[in-house]
Structure formats: structure tokens, C-alpha cells
Design a protein around this ligand. Structure first.
Ligand code: NAD
Ligand code: TYD
Length: 337
């Protein structure tokens, strides 16, 4: 089995590569195509860098010639498309790269996979495409798409494009839509790692609006196990929601992580809300559980403990990713809020 993973140097892609390369023999062969944007970090893959079953290719999924030659030469059995501009706040500040990678990049990959008849194409997407969900509903795969940010709109558009390749060309495309992931190696722009790293430095923790927005938290390794189950047992042309079934308000999440690092709640600082901020995400994962047998294994308590322990044990990783570009992003997003 040969995988072409895109965006494998990011948070979830690197967890997926570490997971499949730790499988018992016969191990898959993994090609990782990554542009190494601010979010891509080869340190996340240090544990597999010397593995003969792994190869890194530095490149852009929007580069048609590169992608076409790679897929034509390597003939992967599966393409797993993680590569994306993945952050809502950055997509609000600067939407152009979001549409370039998330939409044109996905299109470029789909075209190359179509030309070379790749047997399986798994497009990794998000519950944010459904937009804010009213209580007490949970979105299943047939829910209407109501993306509210440039990020979620670009993901919804790329999902529909990928699915159109199944309908039109009978390409074996599968789309997965996961809820908010957390775990080790997550870039500290997203809620949990940002709050942990600020708390470790006793810096203020910026809570958008009233902090009562609800997210469904999924431990990253559970997400990766679900993707592996979908590759093995999912049906072409289908969408699979993957949720953690753990809904919490942002305030509650931050309270728990402050407790875990032993810092006071007074570090929380309400700041101006995010424009277009979705109030609540809620997913039904009934279909992926029924069809593949997957279910989440890591409780929020256990996952948060593992995550906090990892950040506490890896100050050098945090310091490196927070140097340089991160500082100007932080200023731009938080100053004057
Ligand atoms: P991330 O930002 O940590 O990593 C993205 C990776 O993609 C980086 O390694 C980056 O260098 C690479 N990349 C960006 N543009 C590229 C391009 N043009 N060509 C090649 N590589 C490129 O993101 P993540 O959190 O690991 O998310 C991975 C995927 O999962 C994304 O598609 C995202 O939409 C989806 N997703 C994320 C979450 C979440 O909570 N993080 C939840 C659901 C779905
Ligand atoms: P985030 O991790 O950016 O994921 P998403 O917006 O894709 O769900 O944010 C999770 C929640 O946390 C969201 O409701 C926004 C909120 N948030 C804050 O309150 N402060 C912050 O500094 C960040 C980054 C997020």
C-alpha cells in the first residue's frame, strides 16, 4: 500500500503519518508532499525521518507539473489530502492564500488523480462547512452547508468539487468532516495550544466574545484512526462526519487547561469577538461508526492531560514555532482587540 499524504508536516497530517508508520508489517509506504508554510514543521516527523518507508517531497499542491509527475511516477494507492490553510482567524485577515491552497490546490490534485486513475482519494474536511448548528440539533452528512468564514467556505467549495469528481468521472473520492482536533504538535494559533502556551508563560488568555461558543473536541489520534478506517472500509462517493462527541464551551475548555497547568483563572481576558463567529458546532458521527466500526477512544480528560504534558515537555518546540512570523501574526490578530 502506497500513500501520498499532502500537508503531512502539519498537525493532523504528521499524526496520521506517525500512526500509519507504526502499524505492524506489512507497513505502508508514505510519500509526504508539503509546502512547509508557517504551519508545516519537519520536527513533527523527526521520529519517522529515517524510516525507509517514508519520503518527504517539498512542494506545493497548486503546482500542477509537480503533482502530475509525482502521481504519475509513484502511482500511489491512496491520496490523503490534508494540505490546507487551516485557520479561521488567518482566513479573515488574509483570505487569498486560503482559496489558492484549499480550492485550487484540491482541484490540481483531483486532476492529477483523475489523469492517473488513483484508486482512492480521501479529502480531509471539517464540520465548519455546516456553519453554526442550533441546539439541540447535530449535523449529519445531509445537513445544508452554511459556511461562515473564508476558511470554511473554501473547505465547503473543495468538498463539493471533490464530490463532483465522483459523480462526473466516477473517481473514488471520499470526504471526511471532522470536529475540532487537539493534541501534541498543534500550532499555537488554535484555541487549546495557544491557551496552554500563553498560560505556561503567565500571559493573558484572549477569550473571544462571551466565551460561550461550543466546539466538539476530538483527540487527534482518534481522528487519524477514523481516517484509516475510512480508507479501509469507507464507500467511494460518501461523506463521513468524525466527531469527538464532547461538546464544551470555550470558557470550560480554558478553565480545565488552566487547572491542568496550575495557573489562575484570572489569566482569562475577554477580547472583541471574531467577526462571523459560529456559535455552536455539533456533529453526528453515527455513519462512520456504523460503517467502519470506528469510535473515539480518548476521553477529553485523558486527551487534555496528554496534550498539556506534551507542551510542558517541549518548550523548545514551542519557542521555535513562536519565533519570527508568529509574532507579527499575533500582533495583527490580537493587538487592539
Ligand atoms: P495545519 O495548518 O497544522 O497543517 C497544514 C499543512 O499543510 C502544513 O504542513 C502546511 O505546510 C501544508 N500546506 C499548506 N499549504 C500547502 C500547499 N499549497 N501545498 C502543500 N502543502 C501545504 O493544519 P491541520 O490542523 O493539520 O489540518 C489538516 C487538515 O485537516 C486541513 O485540511 C483542515 O482543514 C482539516 N481539519 C482540521 C481540523 C483542526 O481542528 N485542526 C479539524 C477538521 C479538519
Ligand atoms: P479555533 O481553535 O481557532 O478553531 P475554530 O474557530 O476553527 O473552531 O477556535 C476555537 C474556539 O475558540 C472558537 O470559538 C474561537 C475561540 N478562540 C478564542 O476565544 N480565543 C482565541 O485566541 C482563539 C484562537 C480561539
Amino acid at each position: 500500500m502506497k500513500f501520498l499524504v499532502t500537508g503531512g508536516a502539519g498537525f493532523i497530517g504528521s499524526a496520521f503519518i506517525r500512526l500509519v508508520l507504526s502499524d505492524p508489517p506489512p507497513k505502508p509506504y508514505v510519500l509526504n508532499l508539503d509546502k512547509l508554510t508557517y504551519a508545516g514543521n519537519l520536527e513533527n516527523l523527526a521520529s519517522v525521518a529515517g524510516d525507509p518507508c517514508y519520503r518527504f517531497i517539498h512542494g506545493d499542491i497548486c503546482d500542477g507539473a509537480l503533482v502530475n509527475a509525482l502521481i504519475g511516477d509513484e502511482k500511489p494507492d491512496v491520496i490523503v489530502n490534508f494540505a490546507a490553510e487551516s485557520h479561521v482567524d488567518r482566513s479573515i485577515l488574509s483570505p487569498a492564500p486560503v482559496f489558492e491552497t484549499n480550492l485550487r490546490g484540491t482541484f490540481t490534485l483531483l486532476e492529477a488523480a483523475r489523469a492517473h486513475q488513483t484508486p482512492r482519494f480521501v479529502h480531509i474536511s471539517t464540520d465548519e462547512v455546516y456553519g453554526s448548528i442550533e441546539l439541540p440539533y447535530q449535523a449529519n452528512e445531509d445537513f445544508p452547508l452554511r459556511p461562515a468564514s473564508p476558511y470554511s467556505a473554501s473547505k465547503a467549495a473543495s468538498d463539493l468539487l471533490a464530490l463532483s469528481y465522483f459523480i462526473t468521472y466516477r473517481m473514488p473520492v471520499i470526504v471526511t468532516r471532522a470536529s475540532n482536533n487537539y493534541g501534541p504538535y498543534q500550532f499555537p494559533e488554535k484555541l487549546i495550544p495557544l491557551m496552554i502556551s500563553n498560560a505556561l508563560e503567565s500571559k493573558p488568555l484572549p477569550i473571544y466574545g462571551d466565551g460561550m461558543h461550543i466546539r466538539d473536541w476530538l483527540y487527534v489520534d482518534d481522528h487519524c484512526r477514523a481516517i484509516r478506517a475510512v480508507i479501509e472500509r469507507g464507500r467511494p462517493g460518501e461523506i463521513y462526519n468524525i466527531g469527538g462527541n464532547r461538546a464544551l464551551t470555550n470558557i470550560e475548555v480554558v478553565r480545565r487547561l488552566l487547572q491542568a497547568v496550575g495557573k489562575p483563572e484570572s489569566l482569562m481576558k475577554p477580547v472583541a469577538d471574531r467577526p462571523g463567529h459560529d456559535r455552536r458546532y455539533a456533529l453526528s458521527s453515527e455513519k462512520v461508526m456504523r460503517e467502519t466500526g470506528w469510535h473515539p477512544q480518548v476521553s477529553f480528560e485523558e486527551g487534555l492531560k496528554r496534550t498539556v504534558d506534551w507542551y510542558q515537555s517541549n518548550p523548545a518546540w514551542i519557542a521555535r514555532v513562536k519565533s519570527g512570523e508568529y509574532q507579527s501574526y499575533y500582533q495583527q490578530n490580537y493587538a487592539g482587540r
